[in-house]
Design a protein around this ligand. Structure first.
Ligand SMILES: Nc1ncnc2c1ncn2[C@@H]1O[C@H](COP(=O)(O)OP(=O)(O)OP(=O)(O)O)[C@@H](O)[C@H]1O
Length: 226
């Protein structure tokens, strides 16, 4: 994954806003954390990886695909998990929600349902298949959102504050799950313990990447800014 002088300037009624200054980084590690203050530009950085936000300057490449030019192909490769799982859980029941994300992989309704049940079992959610999504706890919703995205077998997963809404136990479960995945994972997080479990960490401050290195050094750098 390559950010090549990639930046984002938002047009705002009050004038242009520099949300991310031109950034150049090549991300090859399996676990990458992005940390920094509120409003520093972390989510924008993360959203540029799958084209949810298109760079207004420079380019972002994933597996040599340009997120702006090859947006659809990039989105098939890059799964994105939002901070608030409610943003992506759209079907009435748990099993239907996972089945929806499998629509490209399995055409038949019954085949899709069986595959969804399989996915739920993998995430320890098999007892919840027929439950209304709205009756799940925050931790269960976050796991379900992750399961739905991972069911599409993305080659890269971007998770925007995946543990923010979770208690200690569920944070640990989601953290362990993210660390155990085969694919490359980019995690935007305020959870510095989670960041320290990654292979590399970027610190974003005032719309730019101000540190890039080992998670321990990145956390120390972030603390020095506060
Ligand atoms: N399209 C836009 N138009 C105007 N301002 C924007 C736009 N997108 C982002 N911003 C502003 O840019 C800044 C960075 O936003 P971003 O969501 O990337 O921050 P963040 O580091 O993820 O913050 P947090 O930790 O609070 O989630 C914020 O001040 C935000 O309001």
């Amino acid at each position: 994954m390559l950010f090549d002088e990639a930046g984002f300037i938002a047009s705002d009624p009050g004038g242009d806003v520099v949300v991310l200054r031109p950034t150049t980084v090549t991300l090859t590690e399996r676990r990458i954390a992005v940390i920094g203050a509120n409003g520093s530009g972390k989510s924008t950085f993360a959203r540029m990886i799958n084209g949810l936000v298109e760079p207004t300057e420079g380019r972002v490449l994933v597996d040599d695909l340009d997120v702006r030019r090859d947006g659809a192909a990039v989105r098939r490769r890059v799964g994105f998990v939002f901070t608030d799982p409610a943003a992506q859980l759209v079907m009435p029941t748990v099993v239907e929600d996972v089945a929806l994300s499998l629509r490209r992989r399995h055409r038949g309704t019954q085949e899709r349902r069986l595959a969804a049940i399989d996915v739920l079992a993998r995430f320890g959610l098999d007892d919840l298949g027929d439950r209304s999504v709205h009756t799940l706890s925050g931790g269960q919703k976050q796991l379900l959102a992750l399961a739905s995205v991972l069911a599409t077998e993305p080659s890269v997963l971007v998770a925007d504050e995946p543990t923010t809404l979770l208690d200690l136990r569920n944070s640990r479960i989601v953290g362990d799950l993210l660390m155990a995945l085969d694919q490359q994972v980019v995690i935007v997080t305020h959870d510095l313990e989670l960041a320290e479990r990654c292979d590399r960490a970027l610190v974003v401050d005032d719309a730019q990447v101000v540190f890039d290195g080992s998670p321990a050094d990145a956390v120390a750098h972030y603390r020095s800014l506060v």
